[in-house]
Ligand binder design. Structure first.
Ligand SMILES: Cc1ncc(COP(=O)(O)O)c(C=O)c1O
Length: 366
């Protein structure tokens, strides 16, 4: 991989702070965005800005952009076709919409299983359903940063209607044993939802192999704009009682897409997938994407290992999560400095042009 050539595509990597190049280590902020994506978004506003289904060129272009973006995303995650791909503001908003839709077909006493390792975006929407009599159970997180799979088995029962599981942890980089969970849910006909927001930037996704019912990700985590993506198994979205205007298309993928979508950003999502494919080998788009993601992953694991070893050498630092040399792992780590407030650590790092995130909770969080 020609790193210098790839870096040249990212304008933000040319930026300096205090005379140093910036090091972007703030996972929650997402990835930086290449020129091809930035230019595609701006080209949309220059030439094709319109709503869909009009009888004039800009609107027809918008229709074409939306359809081809869906098709590229379908290839990115190996969905059978583009009608399985819905867009939204972000993963959180789509997951809230999904939770409101699914609860309309549930009864008080039905159970949903979530995990202690998941991002709040895959916990909050489901925990809210407790108000409607849905029982939410939580799978335990072990101190090594992995899930307790025995607890998974123990908590799945005949009342479980849905299991919501992250693919990779944004805190520890743990990749969860999704296939094991699918096997547990399949025998009991339980729906499986996967939050792939943190997995999508690092490893390639194959929803058909995963055999999941829902999968969510967010393009700003893989070099794209802020757009949420929802995959629904073919035929499933058409059966859901989504929030929907009477004027809104009732069919998938539109059934859950309320209001006017961010067409410019969605044009950027297509450009993002094209950009990733540039770095892969093969004839077909899927082949190129799988190859590019594998090369990206190898490269980022080299960097992550350097970071891990460097932080481990600091006597006051404790690293949380699984070791960096696991077969399947995201290149993400969390650490704490003995006796130093994480906010202060981030502040000191920022003086050295290193951007890092700390677990910020807003003051009204309870
Ligand atoms: C694992 C994971 N899930 C969900 C989200 C929420 O995604 P969004 O910002 O698109 O709502 C994030 C955001 O950081 C995340 O890391």
């Amino acid at each position: 991989m020609d790193i210098l050539k790839i870096r040249a595509h990212f304008p933000s990597l040319h930026r300096q702070l205090h005379g140093r190049p910036i090091t972007y280590l703030d996972g929650p902020a997402g990835t930086q965005v290449p020129d091809h994506v930035i230019e595609t978004v701006s080209k949309y506003y220059r030439y094709s800005n319109a709503n869909t289904h009009g009888q004039f060129a800009a609107s027809e272009e918008t229709d074409r952009i939306m359809e081809s973006a869906r098709s590229k995303v379908a290839t990115f995650i190996n969905a059978p076709d583009s009608s399985c791909i819905s867009f939204g503001q972000n993963m959180t908003t789509l997951n809230f919409s999904l939770s409101r839709a699914l609860v309309r077909s549930m009864n008080p006493g039905d159970e949903i299983l979530i995990t202690q390792l998941d991002h709040e975006a895959n916990r909050g929407p489901w925990l809210n359903l407790e108000e409607q009599g849905i029982v939410i159970r939580e799978v335990r997180l072990l101190t090594n940063g992995t899930l307790d799979y025995q607890d998974f088995e123990d908590k799945i029962n005949d009342r479980t209607k849905l299991v919501c599981l992250g693919y990779a942890s944004n805190i520890f980089g743990t990749v969860n044993e999704v296939n094991r969970v699918r096997a547990l849910t399949k025998v009991k006909n339980i729906l499986l939802l996967i939050d792939a927001v943190h997995y999508a930037p690092h490893l390639s996704i194959d929803v058909q192999k995963l055999d999941c019912d829902f999968l969510l990700c967010s393009a700003y985590k893989f070099y794209g704009p802020h757009v949420g993506i929802l995959y629904c198994r073919p035929g499933l979205l058409d059966t859901l009682k989504t929030d929907r205007l009477r004027t809104q298309d009732a069919k998938a993928p539109h059934r859950i897409e309320t209001g006017t979508l961010n067409h410019a950003a969605i044009a950027g999502v297509e450009a993002t997938i094209e950009f990733i494919a540039w770095w892969g080998k093969g004839k077909e788009l899927r082949e190129k994407l799988v190859s590019a993601m594998s090369t990206i992953h190898q490269q980022e694991m080299i960097l992550a290992k350097m970071l891990y070893d460097g932080i481990r050498a600091i006597s006051k630092a404790t690293i949380y999560g699984p070791p960096m040399d696991l077969d399947e792992r995201a290149p993400t780590l969390s650490f704490a400095m003995d006796g130093i407030d994480p906010k202060k650590v981030c502040y000191e790092l920022a003086k050295k042009a290193i951007y890092a995130g700390w677990p910020f909770l807003c003051h009204s969080c309870s």
